[in-house]
Design a protein around this ligand. Structure first.
Ligand SMILES: *[C@@H]1O[C@H](CO)[C@@H](O)[C@H](O)[C@H]1NC(C)=O
Ligand SMILES: *[C@@H]1O[C@H](CO)[C@@H](O)[C@H](O)[C@H]1NC(C)=O
Ligand SMILES: *[C@@H]1O[C@H](CO)[C@@H](O)[C@H](O)[C@H]1NC(C)=O
Ligand SMILES: *[C@@H]1O[C@H](CO)[C@@H](O)[C@H](O)[C@H]1NC(C)=O
Ligand SMILES: *[C@@H]1O[C@H](CO)[C@@H](O)[C@H](O)[C@H]1NC(C)=O
Length: 429
């Protein structure tokens, strides 16, 4: 088997590493995971597509995709290096096949009869899949102490090239997709390998029209302004085990006691309504519920808000819209019934007005949940009961911890008088 190619690291990077480890020695502290510093990046919500991006590729954005097993990007012409089919990375690139894409071997022989590794980059929005060479690219972010960016770090990552046409439906200027799924070639796994940090990351997605949100790769604390606040990560509302679902590399959790609306558990066709499999997806704007769950959910929310002033007809794709001038507000958003995801481990992920009601016009707010599309939902029993989408994760800290195989969640940060747009991105002096 051919040895994996290693590119020489730029000198400044080695110097930074040396400095970082000296500091660590001097303070005789060691960060969890293996001694390196976690990396921080800004997250932007694209107004046109509702996708979340981070400027990881030469300051060009990559779309964050919790369901993607690889990093893919357009490559500069044919001059890039391509990994060997027999390399470790090539095998890892083939561990997960995109939907509707049969395993077609690892690659193709080139003119000199060397087998060049190809992978199948997948666009989570258009649903298209392409073929591309597996290569190495440079990504960058900042090292962080959880309070500020400290210094810029560039690192080499295995990525699949993709044709420019695969960028369709992604935000203008995006250079590809950073997969964050539970796979060896996902971004956080490659950060863990190259930076010697833990295989975990925290996402704090921003809401539309507010400043940048924040992602931290590799563990560690996360402080949000104003100063003096405690580490959000150290004071999460709860944890729940990460579960597998079929062959999917994505993130799943179990609502083993079901879902409650206004403290009452939804009764489903099976007569009980639990346990339910929940997925998490950063490339759908709103949580999608399987049709049986959706009907029960809408019925329950409708019944508990029977007295509230409605806007009819509702604004598609939503089914329940209200005159928001009459809803009343709390520090957690509109004063509407709370939704409890009663998770394995005993804690609730509680969805308050700020994450359940979306403002669609000046005086109209709608219940921001949609019915799972046919096809996603037709294999009943096999499709999760719900896939939690971007809007429901905004202004919550969500921690994906592969080491402990668990998911941590903060609940809506407005309750702590802060938001995901309050990380201090000023470089520490
Ligand atoms: C590092 O942080 C600085 C200060 O916020 C920012 O200007 C720069 O773009 C960041 N670098 C990367 C690669 O994100
Ligand atoms: C959050 O806290 C947990 C438990 O204390 C720790 O293992 C982890 O490294 C921290 N940070 C992140 C981003 O997971
Ligand atoms: C979770 O939510 C349910 C339904 O609203 C409630 O009965 C239960 O007390 C909550 N559990 C916790 C631990 O908050
Ligand atoms: C919403 O309620 C306000 C106050 O009662 C009223 O002035 C307004 O016309 C209502 N808007 C709609 C679209 O019904
Ligand atoms: C942000 O961090 C910088 C660098 O540490 C600091 O000078 C500044 O006061 C911080 N900003 C706020 C609002 O705390």
């Amino acid at each position: 088997m051919a040895a994996e190619m290693r590119q020489p690291k730029p000198l400044h990077f080695l110097l930074l590493l040396a400095t970082a480890s000296l500091c660590a020695l001097a303070r005789t502290v060691k960060a969890a995971g293996g001694g390196g510093m976690p990396l921080v990046t800004a997250i932007t919500k694209d107004a046109a597509t509702s996708l979340y991006t981070a400027p990881l590729r030469d300051n060009r954005p990559l779309v964050l995709d919790l369901s993607g097993p690889i990093v893919w990007t357009t490559c500069d012409g044919p001059s890039h290096d391509t990994l060997d089919c027999s390399s470790h990375a090539c095998m890892r690139a083939h561990r997960f096949q995109p939907p509707n894409c049969p395993q077609t071997g690892y690659g193709e022989p080139d003119a000199r009869n060397r087998c060049k590794c190809t992978a199948h980059p997948h666009n989570p929005v258009s649903g298209d899949t392409a073929s591309g060479d597996v290569t190495r690219v440079t990504l960058s972010a900042n090292a962080t102490d959880g309070k500020n960016p400290l210094y810029e770090v560039s690192f080499t990552a295995v990525a699949s090239c993709a044709p420019g046409s695969l960028l369709a439906k992604l935000p203008a200027g995006a250079a590809g997709v950073a997969g964050l799924a539970r796979s060896d070639l996902a971004l956080q796994a490659q950060v863990a390998d190259t930076q010697k940090v833990g295989s975990k990351f925290a996402l704090c997605l921003p809401s539309a029209g507010s400043g940048a949100g924040v992602a931290i790769f590799g563990g560690g604390p996360l402080f949000l302004l104003p100063p003096g606040r405690t580490d959000v990560n150290a004071t999460l509302a709860g944890y729940t085990p990460l579960r597998k679902h079929g062959e999917s590399p994505g993130y799943y959790i179990s609502a083993d006691k079901g879902i409650a609306v206004n403290q009452a558990r939804l009764q489903l066709d099976d007569g009980y309504g639990a346990p339910l499999v929940l997925g998490l997806c950063s490339t759908i704007p709103y949580t999608a519920l399987r049709p049986d769950v959706y009907r029960a959910f809408i019925k329950a929310f409708d019944a508990t808000t029977a007295e509230r002033a409605r806007i009819t007809p509702a604004v598609a794709p939503f089914e329940l819209c209200y005159n928001s001038t009459q809803l009343g507000s709390t520090r957690l958003g509109y004063a509407v019934p709370q939704i409890d995801l009663m998770l394995e481990g005993g804690r609730n992920w509680t969805v308050f007005g700020g994450n359940s009601m979306v403002q669609v016009s000046d005086d109209t707010a709608c219940l921001a949940f949609v019915e799972m599309k046919q096809g996603e939902a037709d294999k009943q029993g096999e499709s999760p009961a719900a896939v939690i989408g971007g809007f429901q994760m905004e202004n919550n800290l969500v921690v994906f911890d592969e080491e402990k195989q668990r998911l941590g969640f903060s609940s809506l940060l407005w309750g702590r008088q802060t938001t995901c747009s309050n990380f201090n991105f000023t470089m520490a002096a």
